[in-house]
Write a protein that binds this ligand. Structure first.
Ligand SMILES: [Zn+2]
Length: 182
């Protein structure tokens, strides 16, 4: 998976964002499908003018099983809000990439969802099946990613502790004396 992130707010960590895109991708799609995707993530402070609330996701290359996507995110200060929105938009990436959802080109209101034609004018946003899917999965994806980062932090602390023994006894036992055969 190729991930490019633009205009990252100063309070957010670029490497964590990149890992989050990859983590959400592998939680939602096969390894093979993930490997073929390119995802551009762009932060924007003018989201209201651009007509999206927290974020949005659009395909760039083809309406049938696209491989290239743009995700726009509002530059929230909180990492948790940004990551939850990112998880939500990655669910939409999954829906398009797997062919579960497809924009029908002759009318902007028409969508194919799991093989059935769907007119967006007939239903409210919260009842769109792709939004129920995305809203239903965003929190669980975010929580698992956060748990993974916290576990890594704990493990890193353990390694630092064992690498730097404070007692001189341990030092003497583990560090070979000069001239001895190892
Ligand atoms: Zn959505």
């Amino acid at each position: 998976m190729k991930v490019r992130i633009y205009n990252t707010p100063k309070n957010l960590k670029l490497d964590v964002l990149k890992r989050a895109v990859e983590f959400f991708g592998t939680m939602l799609m096969s390894k093979r499908m993930c490997a073929g995707l390119t995802i551009f993530v762009r932060f924007s402070e003018t989201h209201k003018q651009e007509n999206f609330d927290d974020g949005n996701c659009t395909w760039e290359d083809d309406n049938h099983r696209p491989k290239e996507f743009s995700i726009n995110l509002h530059s929230y200060k909180s990492m948790s809000k940004v990551l939850t929105t990112l998880a939500h938009e990655m669910v939409h990436v999954k829906q398009f990439a797997t062919g579960e959802m497809r924009d029908l080109m002759r009318d902007a209101h028409l969508v194919s969802w799991q093989g059935k034609r769907f007119d967006m004018r007939d239903v409210e946003y919260w009842d769109y099946p792709w939004e129920i899917d995305a809203h239903g999965r965003e929190l669980g994806l975010y929580v698992r990613f956060r748990d993974l980062l916290e576990k890594e932090k704990r493990d890193a602390k353990k390694v630092t502790k064992t690498k730097k023994p404070s007692g001189s006894k341990l030092k003497a036992a583990t560090v070979p004396q000069e001239g001895c055969q190892v």
